[in-house]
Design a protein around this ligand. Structure first.
Ligand code: CXF
Ligand code: ZN
Length: 373
């Protein structure tokens, strides 16, 4: 018995999302059918929406920060059962060396299982989604395609979070990608030492996730860099000790000052703008590390070789190198205890207003739109 539900479709050549009823398949042995309560919009949805332009392609269901309630599970699923409240996150194979050692974000099949929305997740290439007239619909985006009232996820990218009402699910949804990307970069990879200085370039959801995480470490200076004054105000509210408006001041010079004349021990770069990446690198103290998170499709990263000789390192990080089984519940705990005030970033939109949500994310009016189903 399949499920008919309303989804937001990305139709090639159309700028806006189109709401339409679709049919969602029953879960296969390792799959989980989730009634989606809320889904955050991440910049990557917009990137892939824009790239989904070839008119020969079918409509695509995006969405990769889903949160909801398990409705049915495949016969081999053991980790969750109907009624469980869950977060959906990125998918991974579970078998490669990275997955076996707790680094599923570096899964050998990451691209295949997350951002190749042509259905490579299922052995037969099907997406699990069709139009009500049986026409093809692409899905399996990040193993979930959660901009839909119901989503098919894989057991590996579903994380149970205990009792949670719909309001809390909407609050927690962005942990599945954007927040875990920023917070994980700091807590799992950069791990700033007590007394160190950390710079965060870009104060979108990823950057603010990194900043809120840095506040939980022993770092004594946490510096937000952006060109939007209201974002810098928000960064202060969330724990930045210093802010730099890089449209008005040279961030490299300021960060060197803040870092005792030498620079900062760690920088997180979320904008993906090559010039900002260069600034982030130049703001590092000797032996400092640049966490490279914001990367634009097809962009190159080039630096003067001499800039690296002082022991500086550049560390590319995907999804915060999160081991989702342990890290997502840890983030949920931080939100629930008030130590990660995620609510300050979020604005909710009913599904009918998803195009307003996308517009507000693009213009920067909203840091993290969350679509409610
Ligand atoms: C993405 C960034 C681009 C590569 C795949 C993962 N992260 C989240 O949206
Ligand atoms: Zn994302």
């Amino acid at each position: 018995m399949t499920t008919t539900t309303t989804a937001a479709l990305a139709i090639p050549g159309e700028e806006k999302y189109t709401l339409r009823d679709i049919v969602v398949d029953d879960p296969r042995p390792h799959e989980v059918l989730v009634r989606v309560v809320a889904a955050g919009l991440c910049h990557t949805d917009a990137t892939y929406k824009e790239a989904w332009a070839d008119p020969s392609l079918p409509p695509l269901v995006l969405g990769h920060e889903g949160a909801g309630v398990v409705e049915a599970v495949g016969e081999r699923v053991t980790g969750v059962r109907p009624g469980d409240r869950v977060l959906l996150t990125f998918n991974s194979c579970g078998e490669c060396a990275a997955c076996r050692t707790g680094h599923p974000a570096y899964c050998a099949r990451f691209t295949d299982l997350n951002t190749s929305p042509t259905g490579s997740v299922r052995a037969d290439g099907s997406s699990g989604l069709t139009g009500v007239d049986g026409s093809p619909i692409a899905g399996a985006f990040f193993g979930q395609s959660s901009l839909s009232g119901h989503a098919i996820a894989q057991e590996r990218n579903v994380v149970p979070i205990g009792a949670a009402d719909d309001e809390e699910l909407a609050l927690l949804a962005p942990l599945g990608c954007g927040i875990q990307t920023g917070a994980g970069a700091v807590l799992n990879e950069l791990r700033p030492e007590p007394g160190s200085a950390v710079a965060v370039f870009g104060t979108g959801a990823v950057g603010l996730g990194a900043l809120m995480a840095a506040r939980l470490t022993g770092a004594s200076r946490i510096v937000a860099v952006d060109i939007v004054p209201s974002r810098l105000d928000l960064a202060r509210e969330l724990g930045a000790t210093d802010v730099i408006n890089s449209a008005e001041a040279d961030p490299v010079a300021r960060l060197r000052e803040i870092g005792d004349g030498a620079g900062v021990q760690a920088a997180v770069e979320t904008s993906g703008v090559p010039q900002v990446q260069a600034q982030a690198l130049e703001s590092l103290a000797p032996r400092g590390v640049l966490g490279l998170i914001g990367v634009r499709l097809g962009a190159e990263f080039s630096v003067p070789a001499l800039s690296l000789l002082s022991g500086r390192r550049v560390h590319g990080i995907v999804e915060g190198d999160s081991d989702i089984v342990t890290f997502l519940p840890a983030l949920v705990g931080l939100v629930r205890s008030g130590r990660m005030p995620l609510g300050r970033l979020i604005r909710q939109y009913p599904l009918e207003r998803i195009n307003d949500a996308a517009r507000d994310a693009h213009s920067g009016v909203t840091v993290k739109p969350v679509v409610r189903f």
